[in-house]
Design a protein around this ligand. Structure first.
Ligand code: BGC
Ligand code: NOJ
Length: 836
């Protein structure tokens, strides 16, 4: 069953009934100001950091689902009947309803009793504010007298404190209600009133929020209980019910922003009302106006508010946003025989990659915004799907991440986006973390050709004076693993590797203890085959990078190690894997604290895991000796399901003290044999590496959300973005997805389909072309912007092979090999690729 449809021409997903199985959300903003918005206008906003600069409140884990957001209410003043044009929170049955989620905007349109309304929500580029444009049309056939109410609930900035420290925060809320007009006559804003939220502005904060409306107000409210009425909910606010606001001023308690506008519409008449909700900072020494007062200095904010309250300016900002996305998505466009592939690659997967780049795992409907900052391994992997869109921002991210690296080459597992400092609560010791920096940097250079990043001076542990070239950081990343080998010469796992729940040194028997940070063992025994594979991959990247960097940069640059040194590290580790990490039919997973193997036929539960099969083959293991095919056949036999590939089998039926969180989940969920989508693309990539395009694409389709749209009642999450997990075959709800949006699946699946299945892959030497596709495809076309050149690539497959390139011509000229590198300034280039 579907709850909507894809409108590919408009690049929108259109939801046609409001009661989707779960809130189906979207993100507003792609720079510094962000919002989450659901198909019924639920959600919240923040500036840069969902924990430390939360603008509006949201109550997670609430019932009914998704209560609280950017609400507008309409009231027919003749009958007293009121409704929510976004369905929530009043849940009045609407005569028409449609929600269009696009890139950075959402439009909710509905009709009730002849009044059509359409609210467009978005964040203009370059601004820290959001615009709600509400267009009302009277289609009732007679004149109407309407009231329009807005309502948001301010968060007292620190979302964690806001949700916990009530003895203090019930007494700190402050607002200001002030006229908008600029002092200069005719400068705009005459007669308009703005609600300012200024909690703690009188003391150490130099920022405030504002909520403005383009119309003269019939009234307003800033105290929640005055608007709602004691013991009344958002579904039945007293002000809306009675048709009048109480002009309340919040002193402590729960500051809100609500405007009340009277709208008289003749039959057929239309009117637009604009709301602007924003964040603003003042210089520390210019906070107040007059300076000796406690009144917010509004000199610099007023022109911004006035600008965006004008519909023409709002429209222009919206069009600029649309054009921006046309430009970003235009960097990779494909036409294949498969619609689900086309729309995911061309629109939704790329869009999701922007969101994961911005949010890491911090704020979604499944991530509270207060639990996690930017993950080290996560953000490095997120770059894979994002870097081609805005390489400059990828560069900045790499420098921020590496500045949190420890001197011993390890890494803070997370950093806080506002402070950009490593998060001590989570600390370090996840032994896979540093290797991901190499993968991230390699991806950046392959895309951009910007070798200068290697000598960018970067601090260690954010310490002034500790600056060293980024290349030094990469070397220390590699050294970190070499310094931490276990009894079998495999890398020690530390707190965990990519699988956060494989906590082999944790041994926690105390309820509520964090599996991630509790460490009861000294960590000198438990080893990870996964890190071994990742290390080999990272060493090969270092080898390629060093080779090419030498060519590009000559001897002026200090390379401590040579390309061959890295290849030697890789081949030594490879021998170790064959000696201790190969189980006969697949790669083993780990050795526990007792030195016992995991992910082997010797284990009755957890005898085969997906991760080492993916990463070891991606690192090139087993391609020549046939073991890669063996391992992949084992994956197909033991792990594949129609809904995707589960993480491991057999699922852990009980809690094992020595394994940690992985065994804490009921069988079939999350890391305990759920379909943990992030690792599925590794198998797709591995399948391409052994040339099996049919299999790779088959796995791709199983978790492609668009291909699952028809089973939305089972899948439950949004059909336009990947979810972190789909319940595995051991779960009662096999096929049900959870934790949509913020997952490494976005970047990896984008890499799997674009770089390995379609095979258009940036390399150190240029654009490599190596498609591994389903044999029944006749071919496909790609437009790829790469290092300032636009490549129009036409791939034909006359012999219906999965793999193999017979010839490539560039602008009609035959080229040798399959790496193309047009000169900068070449403009548009036509590439013909014949498979065979
Ligand atoms: C989840 C993991 C996650 C980890 C870190 C665990 O509870 O299952 O997927 O990576 O927490 O927050
Ligand atoms: C989600 C985390 O964000 C990621 O870092 C981890 O690799 C996976 N869970 C697997 O545990």
């Amino acid at each position: 069953m579907k709850y909507g449809y894809f409108d590919d021409t408009s690049r929108e997903y259109v939801i046609t009934q409001p009661d989707t199985p779960l809130p189906w959300i979207n993100y507003l903003g792609c720079e510094e100001y962000f919002g989450l918005i659901s198909n019924t206008a639920g959600g919240y906003s923040f500036y840069r950091d969902a924990r430390l600069r939360r603008l509006t409140r949201y109550r997670y884990n609430n019932s009914p689902l998704d209560m609280g957001g950017r609400y507008l209410y309409l009231r027919d003043n003749k009958s007293g009947k009121y409704w929510s044009p976004s369905w929530m929170p009043t849940r009045t049955k609407l005569d028409e309803y449609e929600c269009r989620h696009g890139q950075g905007y959402t439009i909710i349109t509905s009709k009730f009793n002849g009044i059509k309304s359409s609210a467009r929500y978005f964040v203009p580029l370059g601004e820290s504010l959001e615009i709600w444009q509400m267009t009302l049309t009277n289609e009732s056939g007679s004149d109407s007298d309407l009231s329009l109410f807005s309502a948001i609930e301010f968060c007292l900035w620190d979302a964690n404190d806001d949700a916990t420290n009530f003895q203090r925060n019930y007494s700190i809320g402050q607002v200001e209600i002030a006229p908008l007009a600029l002092e200069r006559r005719g400068a705009g804003g005459e007669g308009l009133t703005v609600i300012y939220h200024k909690t703690e502005y009188r003391e150490r904060r130099d920022h405030f929020a504002y909520f403005a409306c383009s119309e003269k107000l019939a009234g307003y409210d800033t105290q929640r209980e005055s608007f709602l009425g004691n013991y009344q909910g958002w579904d039945q606010p007293q002000a809306v019910e009675s048709g009048s606001s109480s002009n309340s001023e919040a002193h402590g308690w729960q500051p809100i922003g609500s405007h009340h506008v009277r709208v008289h519409l003749k039959a057929g008449e239309q009117k637009q009302v604009v709301f602007v909700l924003g964040y603003h900072e003042n210089p520390k020494d210019a906070k107040f106006d007059p300076p000796e007062s406690q009144i917010i200095n509004k000199q610099t904010v007023k022109p911004i508010i006035i600008k965006y309250l004008q519909p023409a300016n709002a429209d222009e900002a919206f069009n600029t946003l649309r054009d921006y996305w046309t430009m970003l998505l235009g960097k990779f466009q494909v036409t294949t025989p498969d619609t689900d592939t086309n729309r995911m690659v061309n629109i939704w997967n790329a869009y999701q990659c922007m969101v994961t780049f911005n949010m890491s795992r911090s704020a979604s409907y499944f991530e509270s915004g207060i639990g996690r900052g930017m993950g080290f391994r996560d953000s490095n992997q997120d770059l894979l799907g994002f870097v081609h869109m805005i390489p400059e921002r990828a560069r900045e991210r790499i420098l921020d991440l590496s500045a949190t690296q420890l001197k011993n080459g390890g890494a803070f597992h997370q950093y806080q986006p506002l402070t950009k400092r490593g998060n001590n609560d989570v600390g370090s010791g996840f032994n896979d973390d540093p290797a991901w920096l190499v993968i991230g940097v390699a991806a950046y250079i392959k895309e951009s050709g910007d070798w200068s990043i290697l000598d960018a001076p970067v601090q260690y542990e954010n310490e002034t004076g500790s600056e060293a070239p980024l290349y030094d950081h990469l070397q220390r990343s590699i050294q970190y693993t070499l310094d931490r080998l276990g009894p079998n010469n495999l890398p020690l796992i530390g707190r965990a590797d990519w699988n956060d729940c494989l906590n082999l040194n944790c041994f926690s028997d105390t309820p509520g203890q964090s599996f991630q940070t509790t460490t009861a063992k000294d960590g000198t025994i438990a080893e990870s085959v996964f890190i071994a594979g990742l290390f080999i991959l990272a060493c090969k990247e270092m080898a390629g990078l060093t080779r090419k960097a030498k060519e590009e940069r000559g001897d002026s640059f200090v390379f401590h190690l040579s390309s061959d040194d890295y290849l030697k590290f890789a081949s030594d580790m490879e021998s170790t894997v064959w000696a201790a990490g190969w189980d006969g039919d697949w790669f083993r997973r780990a050795y526990d604290n007792f030195g016992h193997v995991l992910g082997s036929k010797e284990n009755t539960e957890g005898s085969i895991f997906i991760e080492p099969q993916g990463i070891c083959i991606m690192a090139g293991l087993g391609i020549e000796n046939g073991n890669a095919v063996k391992a992949l056949d084992s994956v197909a036999e033991h792990l594949a399901t129609p809904h995707g590939i589960v993480l491991q089998q057999p699922a852990f039926s009980q809690y094992y003290l020595h394994l940690g969180e992985i065994s804490s989940y009921p069988p079939g969920y999350k890391e305990n044999a759920g379909i943990f989508c992030h690792s599925n693309p590794w198998i797709m990539i591995a399948e391409t590496m052994v040339g099996r395009g049919d299999k790779a694409f088959d796995y791709y389709k199983r978790i492609n959300p668009s291909a699952r749209e028809g089973i939305s009642e089972l899948h439950k999450c949004e059909p336009y973005v990947y979810a972190q997990m789909i319940a595995g075959k051991d779960a009662a709800t096999h096929g049900e997805a959870k934790n949509s949006w913020l997952t490494g699946t976005a970047a990896w699946n984008y890499a799997a389909i674009t770089q390995y299945i379609l095979g258009i892959r940036p390399s150190f030497d240029g654009l490599e072309i190596e498609p591994v596709i389903p044999a029944d495809w006749d071919g496909f076309k790609v437009t790829r912007k790469y290092r300032d050149v636009t490549y129009h690539i036409n791939v034909t497959n006359p012999k219906h092979v999965c793999k193999g390139v017979e010839k490539i011509t560039v602008n009609g000229r035959l080229v040798e090999g399959n790496v193309i590198h047009a000169e900068k300034g070449a403009g548009e280039v036509n590439v013909e690729v014949v498979m065979g």
